[in-house]
Design a protein around this ligand. Structure first.
Ligand code: NAP
Length: 286
C-alpha cells in the first residue's frame, strides 16, 4: 500500500482563503482583525517565524504589528507592553514568540496575555477551556492536525489514537482534541519503554517528539493515519519530520509530509484564531 498524502500546503491555502473572505466581511462591518507578534532578541529561527506570521496576516487582510525588542528587554517592560496590547482595541490576538531570553519567565509572560487575545492557545485559561470542552483558543499545531483529519473525513469515534510526545503546546492538547472526538487516546513520552507496542495498535498516530525516524514502518499498523509534527534536519541539512517517510508511506493509509504538512497548517490556524478573536468582539445579535 502507498499512503495517500494529506497536503498541508493545499489545505492551508483553502483555510487562508476562507480567513480572507471572513476578514473582508468583518471589515465591511467596521472591524479589522489585528494581530500583535512580539519578538524579543535576535534568534534567527524566531525571526523567520515572526516574519512568516506577519506576512500571512497581511496576505489575508488582517492588521498586524511586529513588535521587536532587544534581548536586553526587562521582564517588567515586556509585561507592561503586553498590558498595553491587552487594552488596545485594534489588537485581537497577541503572540509572544518563544523561546524568550533566559532572564524572562515565559510562564509569567504568557499568563499576562488576556485569555480573550491568547491566539497561540498557551495560556492556562486556554488549556483549561480545552480540557473541559469550553470555548477558548486551541493551540495552532494540534488544531491544524485536527483540521487535517477532518479534511479526509476521518471519524475518530472509537479509534485508537497514539500521540508521541506530551509537551504543553503539542502533545497534551493534541491528546485532548482527539479525546474530545471520542478516540481512545494513549500518550507516549520519553519514559515509555516500548513505543512499538502502542503504535502498532493505533489507527491514528501523531508524532510530536523532535527526533528523526522515531516512527518507522515496522511500528505502524497497515492503513493507519500518520501525522508528522516533528521538525528536524537530515544529514544533508534538509527539513524532515519524526517519521521515516519513505518506509511508513508504504504501510500507512494516510500520511502528512514534512515539509508541506503540519507546518503550513500551524500558520493557517493562527490566522483562524485571530479572526475568531475579532469575531467574538462583535455585538451579540439581540
Ligand atoms: P518538546 O517540548 O521537546 O517535547 C517533545 C516530547 O517528546 C516530550 O514530551 C518528550 O517526552 C517526548 N520524547 C522525547 N524522546 C522521546 C522518545 N524517545 N519516545 C517518546 N517520546 C519522546 O517538543 P514540542 O514543542 O512538543 O515539539 C515536538 C516536535 O514538533 C519538534 O520537532 C518541534 O520542532 C515540532 N513542532 C512543529 C511544529 C509545526 O508547526 N510543524 C510546531 C511545534 C512543534 P518527555 O516529556 O518525557 O520529555
Amino acid at each position: 500500500m502507498t499512503a495517500q498524502l494529506i497536503d498541508g500546503n493545499a489545505l492551508s491555502a483553502q483555510i487562508r482563503a476562507d480567513v480572507a473572505r471572513r476578514t473582508r466581511a468583518l471589515k465591511e462591518r467596521g472591524l479589522t482583525p489585528g494581530l500583535a507578534v512580539i519578538l524579543v532578541g535576535e534568534d534567527p529561527a524566531s525571526q523567520v517565524y515572526v516574519r512568516h506570521k506577519v506576512k500571512d496576516s497581511e496576505e489575508s487582510g488582517l492588521h498586524s504589528v511586529l513588535d521587536r525588542h532587544p534581548a536586553s528587554l526587562s521582564e517588567a517592560a515586556l509585561l507592561a507592553r503586553i498590558a498595553q496590547l491587552n487594552a488596545d482595541p485594534a489588537i485581537h490576538g497577541i503572540l509572544v514568540q518563544l523561546p524568550l531570553p533566559r532572564h524572562i519567565d515565559a510562564n509569567k509572560v504568557i499568563a499576562a496575555i488576556a485569555p480573550t487575545k491568547d491566539v497561540d492557545g498557551f495560556h492556562v485559561a486556554s488549556a483549561g477551556a480545552l480540557m473541559v470542552g469550553q470555548p477558548g483558543f486551541w493551540p495552532c499545531t494540534p488544531y491544524g492536525c485536527m483540521k487535517m483529519l477532518e479534511s479526509i473525513g476521518y471519524d475518530l469515534r472509537g479509534k485508537n489514537a497514539v500521540v508521541l510526545g506530551r509537551s504543553n503546546i503539542v502533545g497534551k492538547p493534541m491528546a485532548m482534541m482527539l479525546l474530545q472526538k471520542n478516540a481512545t487516546v494513549t500518550i507516549c513520552h520519553s519514559a515509555t519503554p516500548d513505543l512499538r507496542s502502542h503504535t502498532l495498535r493505533a489507527d491514528v498516530i501523531v508524532a510530536a517528539v523532535g527526533k528523526r525516524n522515531i516512527l518507522t514502518a515496522d511500528m505502524v499498523k497497515p492503513g493507519a493515519v500518520v501525522i508528522d509534527v516533528g521538525m528536524n534536519r537530515n544529514d544533508e541539512g534538509k527539513l524532515c519530520g519524526d517519521v521515516d517517510f519513505p518506509g511508513v508511506r508504504e504501510v500507512a493509509g494516510w500520511i502528512t509530509p514534512v515539509p508541506g504538512g503540519v507546518g503550513p497548517m500551524t500558520r493557517a490556524m493562527l490566522l483562524v484564531n485571530t479572526l475568531e478573536a475579532a469575531e467574538r468582539c462583535l455585538p451579540k445579535p439581540q
